[in-house]
Design a protein around this ligand. Structure first.
Ligand code: PLP
Length: 402
């Protein structure tokens, strides 16, 4: 099929959720390059929203998936799954956590975290059931995770929301402290709010949040679905701030492109679930765990985390340097390879479109922000090659040279 036929089929049969998409269909990929159905090459600086951490068609990941697919795809969690235990051990050994529960997506991982937090207190007969989350946060599309999400437009059509979710502004500790009443069981946050506009929380704020949680017997859930597994220049973003969560959620890079999520907890908190309290048909199946074990091992063994730190710093310096020439660049924010370029007077969506026409895939986030989430294998040279592209796009759109 050519691209027009593909688009027609989508328009006729696909659910009315994604609307008019970027008019391209990718047929293959290699490293940070993708090839479209029309044979055009694109440089991927978005990694399918932070998923393809190893780039495309990474041989280690392809081998792990192919070998496991030839042996066993699925068997159910009624039976033991060898790779599930190995992957849980790998994640526990490299994080604060003692126990891991696997899901199929980030939203499901957060859903599990929300249930675990309530279960942890209800098992002790303690009346704590409310959650505090941040305005502009994003935690998923299921009803509970949408209720935790701090963007009204995702909630409005589906009201009423499940109750018990309180919102406060990011980096405003006084507001958070005032909201932390005795019935609050957990605070859920992203250390860098991705969908909200790539907004980092400060170390001072996060350390105060941790202390508040300890003082008031509140659990800290860190949603590392987007920040996790090397993206910010540390394996987990909480490592930047010298704090530890009680519960952490992962997805996206966890499978390197194969769908898998995880909810990780300390031994003590994991006791909030007893056998039968929670479960999943697909989560943690043999294929997902084989893929994830290969992806996570590759991130650790090839030290892609350090690459994210080095290339991320280089990229942010480069974008800051061009902001001197281009007043349209209002701010450059982020951590590691999670980069937001906030624009003023030029639409981030138009920049995205023109970058696409020039063969570069970038994303957008809240507040007119261009969002870059390249594969963790991206090089300084790849970033250097992108600089003239974004400069010419900004010039074309009138974000003129100062
Ligand atoms: N949490 C964060 C921080 C996210 O960025 C996302 C997705 O963008 C999610 C949760 C939801 O993940 P999924 O789309 O896999 O359900």
């Amino acid at each position: 099929m050519n691209i027009n036929e593909i688009i027609e089929l989508d328009k006729k049969y696909y659910a009315n959720t994604f609307g008019s998409r970027v008019p391209v269909c990718f047929k293959s990929g290699n490293g940070i390059k993708l090839i479209s159905s029309e044979g055009k090459e694109y440089v991927d600086l978005f990694a399918g929203v932070a998923v393809s951490a190893l780039g495309h068609s990474h041989p280690t990941l392809v081998k792990a998936i192919t070998e496991q697919a030839g042996k066993l795809l699925h068997c159910s969690n009624y039976y033991y799954v060898e790779k599930q235990g190995e992957l849980a051990e790998l994640l526990a050994n490299n994080s604060f956590a003692d126990r891991v529960f696997f899901t199929n997506s980030g939203a499901e991982a957060n859903e599990a975290a929300i249930k675990l937090a309530r279960g942890y207190f209800s098992k002790q007969s303690i009346n704590k059931f409310e959650f505090i989350s941040l305005n502009k946060s994003f935690h998923g599309r299921t009803l509970a995770t949408v209720a935790a999400t701090g963007t009204l437009k995702y909630q409005a059509p589906f009201a009423p929301m499940p109750s018990g979710f309180i919102k406060v502004d990011a980096n405003n500790f006084e507001q958070l402290e005032a909201a932390a009443t005795p019935t609050v069981c957990a605070i859920i946050l992203e250390t860098v709010m991705g969908e909200g506009g790539v907004i980092p929380l400060t170390t001072e704020y996060l350390q105060k949040v941790r202390k508040l949680c300890d003082e008031k017997n509140i659990l800290l859930i860190i949603d590392e679905v987007q920040t996790g597994l090397g993206r910010t220049g540390k394996l987990f973003s909480y490592d930047h701030h010298n704090i530890k969560p009680d519960i952490m959620t992962l997805a996206k890079a966890l499978g390197g492109g194969f769908p898998i999520g995880a909810m990780l907890a300390s031994e003590k908190v994991s006791l909030g679930f007893e056998p039968g309290d929670h479960g999943t048909t697909y989560g943690g199946g043999p294929l997902a765990c084989a893929a994830s074990f290969a992806a996570v091992s590759e991130i650790i063994n090839s030290d892609l985390t350090s690459n994210a730190a080095t290339v991320g710093t280089f990229a942010m310096e480069a974008f800051n340097a061009i902001s001197v020439e281009f007043p349209a660049i209002k701010a450059v924010r982020g951590q590691g390879l999670m980069i937001g370029i906030e624009l003023d007077g030029v639409s981030a969506s138009d920049v995205k479109t023109l970058c696409f026409e020039k063969g570069y895939l970038v994303g957008i986030a809240g507040g007119n922000t261009l969002r870059l989430l390249p594969p963790l294998i991206v090089t300084k040279k790849d970033i250097q090659d992108f600089i003239p592209v974004i400069k010419s796009v900004l010039k074309e759109l009138g974000g003129v040279v100062k």
